[in-house]
Design a protein around this ligand. Structure first.
Ligand code: OAD
Length: 247
């Protein structure tokens, strides 16, 4: 792939780059996305049955088991070429931040050092009533109970109707405002507040880049759009940047 020379120059001269990722970056690892018509999780399940505090109050066993299934899927999978390319990009730019909506931890596994998790991490566990962080519990009940307060345990992810972790959101907005180049990769860009980050970047003068096989609300305002899977496009980009820096 031949990238526009202005795009490569813009990236090479950037002091700060921020990357927003969504479920699409993990699709090539075999992790289902949420909103794709045939394969997305929300085409098979209703978020209001599985990903809200009231769903958990109504049927904690169902919700716990659904997340255990997702945890297992992630355990059995690995980061893909897209995650590794993003980790390599970090070494090519003075300041680089990954802002992810994903809960799978694959960016960190691939070697990214500066990762902001906006929606939590599915491998961590907290209790429903008090938010105690728990890494050990007795398995004699589903869901298991908090060893400290006896309330039910749940995954440390953000559900619909819940606020995002405050520091993570503040840091994400700061990095978005300050960056010279902002990438939106593998996200349908419809879930707030993450969906607003591309607009904040653009308003603050960043070049906006989208990597997604499909069109999204970001597409019309992006400066560069690459309609390709992230696992193909991003390694090509790393290659192009490395060649350019040795010329
Ligand atoms: P979505 O499922 O809404 O969107 C995934 C996007 O990835 C789509 O635009 C696809 O076209 C794109 N895509 C698919 N394969 C790709 C590939 N190989 N490379 C690049 N892009 C690809 O997922 P998110 O935008 O992450 O929140 O959804 C945002 C939030 O909604 C999630 O964090 C989750 C969900 O409900 C909560 O659970 C709170």
């Amino acid at each position: 792939m031949v990238f526009p020379s202005l795009f490569i120059e813009t990236l090479n001269s950037a002091q700060k780059v921020a990357v927003l990722t969504g479920a699409g970056i993990s699709a090539e690892s075999g992790i289902p996305t949420f909103r794709e018509a045939q394969t997305g999780l929300w085409s098979k399940y209703r978020p209001e049955d599985l990903a809200t505090p009231s769903a958990f109050r109504r049927d904690p066993k169902l919700v716990w088991e659904w997340y255990q299934w997702r945890r297992q899927l992630i355990h059995q999978s690995d980061p893909n070429a897209g995650h590794y390319a993003i980790a390599q990009l970090e070494g090519l730019v003075p300041s680089f931040t990954v802002i992810t909506q994903n809960v799978d931890g694959f960016h960190q596994s691939a070697g990214s050092l500066n990762v902001i998790e906006l929606h939590g991490n599915i491998m961590r566990t907290i209790c429903f009533d008090s938010g105690h962080n728990v890494d050990r519990w007795e398995d004699n009940e589903i869901p298991p109970r908090c060893p400290i307060c006896r309330s039910y345990l749940r995954p440390d992810v953000v559900w619909f109707g819940e606020g995002l972790p405050r520091t993570a959101l503040e840091n994400a907005i700061r990095e978005t405002r300050e960056c010279n180049v902002f990438f939106a990769i593998g996200t349908s860009a419809v879930v707030e507040p993450a969906a607003s980050l591309p607009w904040i970047a653009k308003e603050n003068g960043a070049s906006l880049v989208e990597v997604n096989p499909s069109t999204t609300p970001v597409t019309p305002i992006a400066d560069y759009v690459f309609h390709k899977p992230a696992g193909e496009l991003l390694p090509e980009l790393v290659h192009a940047l490395k060649i350019n820096s040795t010329e």
